[in-house]
Design a binder for this molecule. Structure first.
Ligand SMILES: Nc1ncnc2c1ncn2[C@@H]1O[C@H](COP(=O)(O)OP(=O)(O)OP(=O)(O)O)[C@@H](O)[C@H]1O
Ligand SMILES: [Mg+2]
Length: 428
């Protein structure tokens, strides 16, 4: 599509690489016929909330899965379809979406729920943006639901970021507590499976949720997801094999559809920057490096400094040692040395173990239990899922950790350079 640039030659009037770049934007919601390989998941979510479309009470559902596995997309997709289907049966069904990583308190969440309900109706009362508490927002929510809706589907995305789970309890008990007659179906989404353990028992039982797990995509699904967005590019810009390579790289690393799409976009940007007319496999490789460091940084951005140090410690063991896997104890010893470098008090070995477990779920590392022989008992061996170079780079982007040795510095002490027994403090 030619872009309007007002005839100023400073700005190109034609993008040589991209045609419909918006197809590659992170928040872009693809049409139904561009959703790939999630039929079973769509069915399962529909089975939980679908009763709403027949005027019956829905089930609440929790969706777990690693990042980029289509949780947000599928939830929105099913909720919108349920809304349409309900409409067809003369049932007024609303859909509310809250990103709890932004609305991370009960007040923010209820405010957003109230405001989006107001937006979808003719509700006349003013809903103040500040200066009022949770109770008032709940009042608005119940009265709009009572006046205008038979049912509502509430998607609470990144629900683990909420500082307490009161909203869940209020929503799941609203009918029982006679706050509203409308049926409420909650879809909670989290990429932390441990989240369920943090829900206290009272809330857990009243929420009474079913659980679904979304799995990472394989290479052929990723290929198709990208093929479906090929028209983001000008014709013949993508060289043969680029999508295949991109899918293979992303599947090998993490099966994350968002990253696969980002790599493709980044490769296009790169090609444009260097004035290339096509996107080549080489551009994909380079884009993958950048995307991987960004991914690690994003995954660990919410992590404590100790989790970052733990990852850095494991990466540095791998870079300076001869093995790919290390025991918790070995990582811990390295970690303690590294804490000294950045003048931080170390946490306990058990604390470090828990940090590593969390990273294992996020998909940054893999931990495997190994029998150490009859007398030694079993122990965990940790490996990095990604190149240790990326961990070191991503870790050093944290301003409090920029003093840590660079990848090249660590490499200098690797066994291949003969300097086996390194003293990390010598770097400072
Ligand atoms: N099955 C699919 N078909 C087409 N596009 C997909 C599919 N799954 C995911 N995508 C695209 O990949 C990106 C990531 O998907 P989504 O945001 O749903 O992941 P997520 O599981 O919610 O990840 P996170 O836990 O990081 O929020 C989106 O741009 C989405 O459109
Ligand atoms: Mg999401």
């Amino acid at each position: 599509m030619a872009e309007q640039t007002g005839g100023d030659p400073l700005f190109e009037s034609h993008d040589p690489i991209f045609d419909r770049k918006e197809l590659l934007h992170v928040g872009h919601v693809p049409d139904e016929d561009r959703i790939v390989g999630r039929d079973d998941e769509i069915q399962s979510v529909a089975a939980e909330v679908g009763a709403i479309t027949r005027g019956d009470p829905p089930n609440n559902v929790m969706i777990y899965g690693k990042t980029g596995t289509g949780k947000s997309l599928i939830s929105r997709h099913v909720a919108t379809r349920a809304q349409d289907a309900a409409q067809g049966n003369d049932i007024d069904c609303g859909v509310l979406y809250v990103d709890c990583s932004e609305a991370n308190t009960e007040t923010r969440t209820t405010r957003q729920l109230a405001l989006s309900l107001k937006e979808q109706t003719e509700y006349q009362q003013n809903i103040p943006l500040r200066g009022v508490g949770t109770m008032e927002y709940y009042q608005h929510i119940w009265s709009i639901l009572g006046d205008c809706f038979d049912a509502v589907i509430v998607i609470l995305d990144e629900i683990d970021k909420l500082d307490n789970s009161n909203v869940l309890m209020q929503l799941s008990r609203a009918r029982e507590a006679r706050k509203t007659d409308a049926y409420i179906g909650v879809i909670g989404i989290s990429n932390k499976v441990q989240y369920r353990e943090t829900l206290d028992e009272r809330i857990d039982s009243s929420f009474g949720h079913r659980e679904l797990f979304f799995h990472p995509y394989d290479a052929s699904q990723l290929r198709e997801i990208m093929r479906n967005r090929e028209d983001a590019f000008q014709p013949a810009v993508l060289e043969d094999g680029t999508i295949e390579l991109c899918a293979a790289l992303a599947a090998k690393k993490h099966g994350d559809a968002r990253k696969a799409i980002e790599i493709l976009k980044e490769a296009g940007e790169l090609a444009r920057r260097i004035g290339s007319e096509t996107v080549s496999e080489d551009h994909i490789q380079q884009a993958q490096e950048v995307a991987e460091i960004n991914r690690i940084e994003e995954l660990t951005s919410g992590a404590t400094v100790h989790a970052k140090l733990a990852l850095y410690a494991l990466a540095s063991c791998i870079i300076t040692g001869e093995r790919e896997t290390y025991k918790t104890r070995e990582v811990y010893e390295r970690y303690v040395g590294i804490c000294e470098l950045v003048a931080t008090d170390p946490i306990t070995e058990n604390g470090l173990y828990r940090q590593l477990k969390e990273q294992a779920f996020l998909g940054v590392i893999e931990s495997e239990k190994t029998g150490g022989g009859r007398s030694q008992g079993s122990y965990l061996l940790h490996r990095l899922v990604t190149d240790p170079k990326h961990i070191v780079k991503a870790g050093r982007r944290d301003t409090s950790l920029e003093e840590l040795p660079t990848y090249d510095r660590l490499r200098e002490t690797s066994p291949s350079t003969g300097n086996r027994d390194i003293d990390l403090t010598s770097f400072s």
